[in-house]
Design a binder for this molecule. Structure first.
Ligand SMILES: O=C(O)CCC(=O)C(=O)O
Ligand SMILES: [Fe+2]
Length: 280
C-alpha cells in the first residue's frame, strides 16, 4: 500500500491526490496552507483542556453529538471494547470553552476551506461515469455544512489492564463522512488496512495532514474513492506512558444531500451513529 505524499503546490497536485485516494483511500498532504503556528497553538490549547479534572470537562457534555465525550464512550462498529480515548466534538454551534474558542474556530475555518479545495480536486479528477452520479457537485454537498465536525482526541497513557483485555486506542473502523482531514497526531499509531487485510503505518509527521475518504464518499462515488479501514494501535514499551493527541476534521454533506438515489446524508448518518453507540 503506497499512500501518496502530496505537495499541494505541485502543478499536478489534484491528480496525485485523487490517485492516492483511489488506490489506497488515503493521502498525506504537505504545503496545504494550514498555518503551522495555528496547528501548534490548537494542540497546546486542547492539551490544557484535557489536563483538567473530569468534573470540569463534564460541564461541556452537550446534546446532539456536541462537546465533551468522557473516556471510553465510543466503540467502533461491531466492537465490544470501548476505545481508549476521550474527545471533544466541535460543530459551528457547539459550546466551546472560552480559552479554546478562538483558536478552535480559526482551525475549523482553515480546515473547512482546505476541505472544499480537496473536494473540488476529487470532483474534477473523477471520471465522468463517476461524477455524473453525484446528485450535486461534491463542493456544493459540503459547502458551509453545519454537519462538518472537528474532533479533538486525547488518548491517555495506556492502561495495561485494559490493553490486556483487548482494548486499543481506536479500534478498526471506517469514517462515516465524505473526507476526513487529520492533523498529524502527536505520536505515531495510525494504521490503514490494504486490500489484503494487512496493516500499514500511516506516516504523517508534525504539520502534515492525512486525508482519507469516508463511507459517504465511497457511496456517492460508487466505490471509486474507497473508504479504507483504519485504527490507532497502542504504543509499546516506554511509549505506552505517553499520551497522544490527534485532530480529525470530518467533512460532512448537508443533511438533505442525496448520497445515492433514496438515501440522504442524514438518514445514513443516524443509522451509523446507532452502530457506534453514540445515538439511541
Ligand atoms: O487518532 C487518529 O489518528 C485517528 C482517529 C480516527 O480515525 C477517528 O477519530 O475517526
Ligand atoms: Fe477514523
Amino acid at each position: 500500500m503506497k499512500i501518496g505524499l502530496v505537495d499541494c503546490q505541485a502543478a499536478d497536485a489534484a491528480a496525485q491526490f485523487s490517485r492516492s485516494l483511489t488506490d489506497t483511500g488515503f493521502a498525506v498532504l504537505v504545503n496545504h496552507g494550514v498555518d503551522a503556528s495555528c496547528i501548534d497553538a490548537v494542540y497546546q490549547s486542547w492539551a490544557k483542556f484535557f489536563a483538567q479534572p473530569d468534573a470540569v470537562k463534564r460541564e461541556f457534555v452537550q446534546d446532539g453529538q456536541r462537546g465533551f465525550f468522557p473516556y471510553r464512550s465510543e466503540n467502533a462498529k461491531g466492537q465490544a471494547q470501548k476505545d481508549l480515548k476521550e474527545f471533544f466534538q466541535v460543530y459551528p454551534d457547539a459550546r466551546v470553552p472560552d480559552e479554546q474558542l478562538q483558536i478552535t474556530q480559526d482551525t475549523y475555518d482553515a480546515l473547512a476551506g482546505l476541505g472544499q479545495r480537496l473536494l473540488g480536486w476529487l470532483q474534477q479528477q473523477a471520471p465522468t461515469s463517476v461524477s455524473e452520479q453525484f446528485s450535486v457537485p461534491l463542493t456544493a454537498m459540503a459547502a458551509q455544512s453545519p454537519k462538518t465536525m472537528f474532533r479533538i482526541l486525547h488518548y491517555p497513557p495506556v492502561d495495561a489492564q485494559q490493553a490486556r483485555a483487548g482494548a486499543i486506542r481506536a479500534a478498526a473502523h471506517e469514517d462515516i463522512n465524505l473526507i476526513t482531514l487529520l492533523l498529524a497526531g502527536s505520536a505515531p499509531g495510525l494504521q490503514a488496512m490494504d486490500r489484503d487485510g494487512q496493516w500499514h503505518d500511516v506516516s504523517c509527521d508534525a504539520g502534515m495532514i492525512a486525508v482519507n475518504a469516508g463511507d459517504m464518499l465511497q457511496m456517492a462515488s460508487g466505490g471509486y474513492y474507497p473508504s479504507t479501514t483504519h485504527r490507532v494501535v497502542n504504543p509499546q514499551g516506554a511509549e505506552a506512558g505517553v499520551a497522544r493527541y490527534s485532530m480529525p476534521m470530518f467533512i460532512h454533506p448537508h443533511a438533505d444531500a442525496v448520497l445515492k438515489p433514496g438515501t440522504t446524508a442524514d438518514q445514513y448518518l443516524n443509522e451509523r451513529l446507532r452502530e457506534i453507540g453514540l445515538a439511541g
